[in-house]
Design a protein around this ligand. Structure first.
Ligand code: PEP
Length: 255
């Protein structure tokens, strides 16, 4: 049985920003989305701006705070790392984990990503677990295999009752920051695959799980991809730094 899933739009600022930018961008975004009853919005600034952004969005119930990464460890001698406890302390409700840029530049493995997701869930936060294939993998017909491997790694580590606490973001690597978004049909096909995979562990978790699409989403193409049955929101990089674009994406995500 399918159920109504509220769209979620996540802004991944990556390593961009400054106090001034956070102030002006957020002011515009908060003003521009105030009249929308949905979607839920999550802002993920760099770590050092989390607390500042938390204060700016404090009174806005439809906007939450998220982080772009966290350590899989809870505390200790891990210089430069930030734990999910600390993220909860500063007001985060969501944490992106396993973004392809972290897999690529920081060598994060499926196992690392699963451990991070567990530590995030343990703190009662919501992990936004990113999965996605390279262009080479897609062109050689390996998309399904890669996605299934990435999803299975999460499912293997999660107790059945925890699976419904996870949000997934399908982000084909060839679409991130390239201006070449997946077609709505390509996105739907992979989202359906992900939902079916989760259903092997729990049908109710599969029905309730939000699966976001990410990869060159803009104000112009958001509505089409959001119109797909298994697309429950977007993870937005570049366009989240442009207030007008981001507001358009949120407008398209209203249900
Ligand atoms: C991302 O980095 O998560 C992303 C989707 O980036 P962009 O929207 O710029 O493709």
């Amino acid at each position: 049985m399918t159920q109504e899933r509220q769209n979620l739009i996540v802004a991944n600022w990556k390593m961009n920003g400054a106090f001034e930018m956070a102030n002006s961008l957020l002011e515009e975004v908060l003003n521009g989305t105030r009249q929308f009853k949905s979607p839920s919005i999550v802002i993920c600034p760099p770590f050092v701006y989390l607390q500042h952004v938390a204060q700016l969005i404090e009174s806005n119930s439809s906007v939450s705070l998220g982080a772009q990464n966290c350590s899989e460890h809870s505390a200790g001698a891990y210089t430069g790392e930030v734990s999910s406890n600390m993220l909860k302390d500063v007001g985060c409700q969501y944490v992106i984990c396993g973004h392809s840029e972290r897999r690529q530049y920081n060598g994060e493995t499926d196992e690392d990503v699963a451990q991070k997701a567990i530590s995030i869930i343990d703190r009662q936060l919501t992990p936004i677990v990113c999965v996605g294939e390279t262009l080479n993998e897609r062109q050689s017909g390996k998309t399904d295999l890669v996605i299934e491997r990435q999803i299975d790694s999460i499912l293997e580590h999660c107790e059945k009752q925890l699976v419904d606490r996870i949000t997934i973001a399908y982000e084909p690597i060839w679409a991130i920051g390239t201006g070449r978004s997946a077609t709505p049909e390509q996105a739907q096909e992979v989202h359906h695959l992900i939902r079916n995979r989760i259903a092997t562990l729990s049908q109710s978790a599969a029905d309730g799980c939000r699966i976001l699409y990410g990869g060159s989403v803009t104000g112009e193409n958001a509505a089409e991809v959001l119109g797909q049955i298994d697309v429950d929101g977007c993870l937005v990089g570049g366009a989240s730094l442009k207030a007008a674009q981001f507001i358009e994406i949120c407008r398209a995500a209203q249900r």
